[in-house]
Design a protein around this ligand. Structure first.
Ligand code: AP5
Length: 215
């Protein structure tokens, strides 16, 4: 099974992706996490992406498409992949479809996690992430056992640079202008599965599992 997770910044894509991938043995391919790893490693791609990410705008389609197709093309240890944060424009979605079709593969479901801008702001303000394994926490909704420390690996928790309020406002504008229109693209293909992302994380997860099991 191959999945796409759509949704605004802070919708809970990363939170749900970890759990879905464990449940269905999928490979988690997060474009944001891959870009942050490229930045940390100071690769050419990481350097090119840096300025776009810090401003809350999209990295150019050609860079993202080749980066993600490289990762998608690697062998699956499990039973498919989950794309988190990609595609984010119609150019990326069409590029993905064409390349998957050429390889005899396809997307089975596009899970659209729907959350209001007000809720996004609340969630991002309280977000902390593990610097090592990327696990996401929220200081009110899903706090770590010990403040500032990852439950899984004991690493320090950090705030993302692009979570500054002004950058979040830009990320939301970018989402509404360039990514939200993808919902109609996937609806026309019969793949869109809307989910109420304002429910608690467990209920959102249960709904996504139901969708994936019904097929
Ligand atoms: P990226 O890293 O993909 O960021 P994003 O899409 O803006 O999403 P986030 O990671 O901010 O949020 P999320 O939905 O994963 O929410 P989370 O689970 O953390 O992209 C960063 C940048 O990279 C982009 O701005 C762009 O520049 C570039 N980029 C990436 N992909 C690109 C592409 N394809 N094309 C071009 N450029 C690209 O949850 C948020 C908080 O809420 C957490 O604290 C969590 O604990 C809490 N929470 C989660 N679910 C719930 C719930 N149900 N109830 C209560 N709290 C919850």
């Amino acid at each position: 099974m191959n999945l796409v997770l759509l949704g605004p910044p802070g919708a809970g894509k990363g939170t749900q992706a970890t759990r879905i991938c464990q449940e269905f043995s999928l490979r988690h391919l997060s474009s944001g996490d891959i870009l942050r790893a490229e930045r940390k490693a100071m690769t050419d791609l990481g350097r090119q992406a840096q300025d776009y990410m810090d401003r809350g705008v999209l990295v150019p389609d050609d860079l993202i498409l080749s980066m993600m197709m490289d990762h998608i093309g690697r062998p699956d240890a499990g039973s498919g992949f989950l794309l988190d944060g990609f595609p984010r424009t119609e150019v990326q979605a069409r590029g993905l479809d064409d390349r998957l079709a050429a390889a005899g593969r396809r997307i089975d479901h596009v899970i659209d996690i729907q959350v209001s801008d007000e809720e996004v702001a609340r969630r991002i303000t309280g977000r902390w992430s593990c610097a090592k394994d990327g696990r996401v926490y929220h200081e009110t909704f899903s706090p770590p056992r010990q403040a500032g420390v990852c439950d899984d690996c004991g690493e320090k928790l950090i705030r993302r640079k692009d979570d500054e309020p002004e950058v979040v406002r830009q990320r939301l504008r970018t989402y509404h202008e360039q990514t939200a229109p993808l919902a109609s693209y996937y609806r026309q293909k019969g793949l869109l599965r809307p989910v109420d992302g304002e429910l608690g994380a467990d209920r959102v997860f249960a709904e996504i599992c139901r969708i994936c099991r019904v097929g």
